[in-house]
Design a protein around this ligand. Structure first.
Ligand SMILES: *[C@@H]1O[C@H](CO)[C@@H](O)[C@H](O)[C@H]1NC(C)=O
Ligand SMILES: *[C@@H]1O[C@H](CO)[C@@H](O)[C@H](O)[C@H]1NC(C)=O
Length: 259
């Protein structure tokens, strides 16, 4: 469920900064997209049951048990009372589209995401044959600032349907301004907790840098096929129609909740 929401949020962030060609006459694509994004943002605090979209601002998870086995690694535990806020506060810093080249760029930022909750895990982690026993009971208190997605792509003809669309030449980078973890593991003392928090903070930023070469390939492997599958069924006029009717539907939720 969370995976689906994150994917949806990414797709929207992605779509939101993608002013695409105007279909001659009729409705302006950019107008349709604006309607779509505004309706989505407004709907996020309430969710939309008919589409199986849970409330996402804040996004909450009461309880989620897991039991992960992979080779000698065995981790069992649960995540509870998760609350992620700030997902609906994304800002579109810029976007461009060239009608003759069908090339688009986007720049979207989440100024502040706060993640609160807790998790417990017990088991054994195998790292290159080295077995590490794990036992944690952690209150999560983490804030991510200025999480930014900068990307570009070009629209092309779908490979499976000559009337449909496809995203090609996709390139994405993401940047994290800062990560502040103030987690608390009840099995550790103050010094241990401080050590781990500073480790998470610097590791998160380092991880962001290290992962850059893999962001585009990962996106191409896991997100684009889904997106292109959807786009292959639509020409531009149909895409505009989809966006406006989705916006109208979400607007019926009449969400007035405050995130
Ligand atoms: C998971 O949650 C339950 C509480 O519902 C708890 O009893 C259990 O010990 C938890 N922890 C692990 C590691 O499974
Ligand atoms: C669109 O791209 C073409 C070809 O690169 C270029 O000549 C033109 O100036 C661009 N148009 C805009 C509005 O940037």
């Amino acid at each position: 469920m969370i995976g689906k929401c994150v994917l949806l949020a990414l797709l929207v962030a992605f779509a939101s900064a993608s002013p695409v060609a105007q279909d001659n006459g009729m409705v302006d694509f950019r107008e349709a997209l604006d309607m779509f994004i505004n309706a989505y943002k407004k709907m996020m605090p309430c969710g939309f049951a008919a589409d199986n979209i849970p409330a996402m601002a804040p996004l909450t998870v009461d309880f989620f048990p897991f039991d992960y086995v992979n080779g000698e690694t065995h981790l069992k535990g649960n995540v509870s009372n998760i609350r992620v806020s700030g997902l609906n506060n994304f800002q579109i810093l810029s976007g461009s589209y060239n009608q003759s080249t069908l090339h688009a760029t986007f720049d979207v930022m989440y100024p502040a995401l706060q993640i609160l909750g807790s998790y417990e895990v017990e088991g054994v982690l195998s790292i290159g044959g080295l077995l590490m026993p794990i036992r944690q009971k952690v209150l999560i208190n983490k804030k991510i600032t200025d999480w930014r997605f900068v990307g570009k792509y070009t629209f092309g003809q779908s490979l499976t349907n000559s009337n449909g669309l496809r995203i090609k030449d996709f390139n994405l980078q993401y940047l994290v301004g800062g990560v502040v973890a103030a987690n608390w593991d009840q099995y550790m003392d103050i010094a241990g907790n401080n050590y781990f928090n500073s480790f998470i903070n610097s590791f998160s930023v380092l991880f962001t840098e290290e992962i850059q070469p893999y962001v585009t390939p990962l996106y191409e492997k896991y997100v684009l096929p889904t997106l292109n599958d959807l786009l292959s069924n639509l020409n531009m006029a149909e895409l505009i129609n989809y966006l406006t009717s989705q916006a109208e539907m979400w607007n019926t939720a009449d969400c007035s909740a405050q995130a």
